[in-house]
Design a protein around this ligand. Sequence first.
Ligand SMILES: C[S@@+](CC[C@H](N)C(=O)[O-])C[C@H]1O[C@@H](n2cnc3c(N)ncnc32)[C@H](O)[C@@H]1O
Length: 458
Amino acid sequence: MAEQTKTSKKSQSPGPATTARQLALTALKQIQRGAFADVALDRALKHANISPLDRKLSTELVYGIIRRQRTLDAIIDNLATKSANQQPPELRLILHLGLYQLRYLDHIPGSAAVNTTVDLAKQNGFSGLSGFVNGLLRKYDRHPDTALLAADDPVRNIGIQHSYPDWIVQVYLEQFGTEGTEQLCNWLNQPPTIDLRVNTRKITIDTLEAKFQAAEIEVQRLTQLPQALRLIKHAGAIHQLPGFTDGEWIIQDSSAQLVSYLLDPQPGETIVDACAAPGGKTLHIAELMQDQGTVWAIDKTASRLKKIQQNIDRLGLTCIQTKTADSRDIPELINQCDRVLVDAPCSGLGTLNRHADARWRQTPDSVTKLTELQTAILQQAASWVKPGGTIVYATCTLHPQENEAIIQNFLDQNSNWVIDRPENNSGLAPLLTESGWIKVAPHQQQMDGFFMVRLKKA
Ligand SMILES: C[S@@+](CC[C@H](N)C(=O)[O-])C[C@H]1O[C@@H](n2cnc3c(N)ncnc32)[C@H](O)[C@@H]1O
C-alpha cells in the first residue's frame, strides 16, 4: 500500500521566505555532484543569514528530497513528457523541491509551494521553463493520488512508493514479507528518534526524569532498557538540556544500549572495543564496569576517536584508553582480553533514517567489500580473547550477509567458539531469536535496526 499523501492544509500562512528553498537548492546541487548530504547542508547553512525557522525548513527539504528522490522522479516521469533523468539536472532538483512540499509538507499551503518553486526556477536561469514548472506542480496538486503510478513488479513498486533501491527492498522482503517491508520502509523514512542513556554513576533515571519534567521536557521510558529515556518534546539545542554539561546523560539509541548489556562487562576486567569511535558503547561499557578495570577503545580513524575523549571527560570516566590502529592487525593483544566488542563497520540498512543519502551510496558490491572487512576484524579480535572469554559481534544493518552469514562462517571455521545465549531471566531474553542472536527490527521494536550476538571461546 502506498504511503499516504498530504491531505490536510493545517495552516494558510504563506510559509517561510524563498531563501530557505534557495539554500536547499544550493546544498542539493552539491549533493548531486557527489557531496555527502550532511556536509553539503552544513556548508550551505554555515554562512547563511536566515531565521531558525528557515534553517529548519532548508534542513527538512534537503534530507527529505534526498530520501524521497526515487518517488519524486517517478512522479515527474508520469506527469512530464520528458522523464526525470532527461530534465536539466538543476531543473530536476527544482521540481523535486516543489513536489516534495506538495506531497510531504502539511504546513506549507499548495499555492505557496507552487509559487515559490516557480520563482526559484526564474531566479536560477529557467525563466523560459517556469510555465512548465507551474503546469506540472498544479497538475500534481489537482490529482495527488493518481500522480504516482503503481509498478507491476512488487519489488519495484515498493521501491518507487517508498523511495528505496530495489536491491534493499529485496533484502528486506526476504526477511519481513511485504507488509513488514512496507512498515520498515515507512519507519526509516521518518525523522529518527532521539534516545538518551542516563549516566547512572552520576544520577538515577528517576531523578533525571524528574529534572526533565520540571523543565517541561517530555521523555518516555523504554522497556528492557534501565538507562534509556526517549526525548519526545523539547525546545532548544540538545546540549543545552539539563544535565548535559554535568555528564548526567549521553545521546545513544536504545538498541545500541542493548549491545553493552549483551557484552555484560564486569568490574576489573580487560575489555577491547575493536571499532570504538565515536565511542557510545565504550563509555557504556566503562560505566557498567563501575569504571574499574581497563577498556581499550581502538579505531582506525583518529579524527573519529578524538570524539570519545570529550565524552570521557564529560562523563567523568577514568578506565578508558584510546588507540588508533587497524583491528585486523594487533597481534600484541592475543589472549589478553576477558571480553571484546566488535561493533563492525556496516552498510547501515537498519539506520537509514539517520543518514538520508546512505540508501543511494551503498550497493551490493559495497556490501561484499564490507563483509570481507567484517570477517577479518572478527577473526583477529577473536584471537585477543582469553580461553573462556567472550566476544560480541554487532552491526546496525539488517543485511544477512553482514550478520547471520558472518557468524555462521566464523563458527564453521573456529570450532572452539560457540554462541553464548544470554540468561533467560535477562532483559535481553524477549529479543532473542531461536538461533541465539538478537535482531532488532525497527518497525517492530521502535528503535534502530541492529544485529548482535555473543560468542564464547572454549
Ligand atoms: C559502527 S562504527 C562504531 C560505532 C561505535 N562502536 C559507537 O558505539 O560509537 C564502526 C567503526 O569502525 C571503524 N573501523 C573501520 N574499519 C576499521 C578497522 N579495520 N580497524 C578499526 N576500526 C575500524 C570506523 O572508523 C568506525 O568508527
